[in-house]
Design a protein around this ligand. Structure first.
Ligand code: IPE
Ligand code: IPE
Ligand code: MG
Length: 242
């Protein structure tokens, strides 16, 4: 493996753990939901900038399987923000060539929200400029468990030979079956943990952590992170030859 072959270049798939909305608001004496609303505005700017930065796949962690532990007010407020985002962005996303998809378990979500999600997925399914994926009620362990259950059901039904279960068969049953693995995961707000995000898919992902709180995250900071990423060496377990 020669050095020139392992320089990272432009990341095709960037995933972001959008953290720090609550602290952004409480530090100003405002309710946490104000931070979430500002967070949704930050999403608009990043989605708009992504194609110009060479990103083809952008995945955003919006609500984890553990976020149900928050107050009812905050959970309902977040779900309302997701519904409004879909409604207000639908036209723009479809006009701009963005394909929007969701990952995470859907059955626990409000029926109306589920309908909006399915509707915009259908409406943007022909788009190819930017593949935007939003993770709602997503947890890496939950996704792996659901994939394992699917495999077990197929084996039990006699449709799958256990010997045929390889990495590709497993990946094909994940919510991300249509997406490449993330090249880069960014987490805002200064926390240096992955909080159950893309556990299988991040086996060889590069990480960047920034202290910026999500509502303050700008396309300029994203561009600076991408410039740093491009100089990284990715070895995937291989060894440098010369
Ligand atoms: C991220 O911001 C958004 C969600 C997890 C839904 P937080 O709400 O976690 O903000 P902090 O971490 O409390 O500041
Ligand atoms: C991770 O943030 C989940 C999202 C950004 C949606 P959290 O704020 O929920 O993570 P922890 O609790 O600090 O690990
Ligand atoms: Mg947080």
């Amino acid at each position: 493996m020669a050095a020139k072959d392992i320089i990272a270049g432009v990341p095709r798939h960037v995933a972001i753990i959008m953290d720090g909305n609550g602290r952004w608001a409480t530090s100003r004496g405002w309710p946490r939901l104000v931070g979430h609303r500002r967070g949704a505005e930050a999403v608009r700017g990043i989605v708009e900038a992504a194609p110009g930065l060479g990103i083809r796949y952008l995945t955003l962690y919006a609500f984890s399987t553990e976020n149900w532990k928050r107050s009812t007010e905050e959970v309902i407020g977040l779900m309302t923000i997701f519904a409004r985002y879909i409604q207000s962005e639908a036209q723009r996303l479809s006009d701009e060539g963005v394909r929007l998809r969701f990952i995470g378990g859907r059955e626990r979500l409000d029926r109306k929200l589920q309908k909006l999600m399915a509707g915009i997925e259908r409406r943007t399914s022909g788009n190819d400029l930017l593949h935007l994926t939003v993770a709602i009620n997503y947890g890496g362990r939950d996704e792996l468990m659901r994939a394992a259950r699917r495999l077990a059901e197929e084996v039990a039904a006699g449709r799958l030979d256990p010997g045929a279960i390889d990495e590709a068969a497993f990946a094909a049953r994940l919510d991300t079956s249509d997406l490449p693995d993330p090249d880069l995961v960014i987490r805002t707000s200064g926390e240096t943990r992955i909080s159950n995000f893309l556990l299988w898919q991040s086996a060889y992902t590069e990480y960047e952590f920034t202290d910026t709180l999500w509502p303050d995250f700008t396309p300029a900071e994203l561009a600076a992170i991408l410039a740093r990423y491009q100089r990284r060496e990715r070895r995937f377990g291989g060894a440098l030859t010369a």
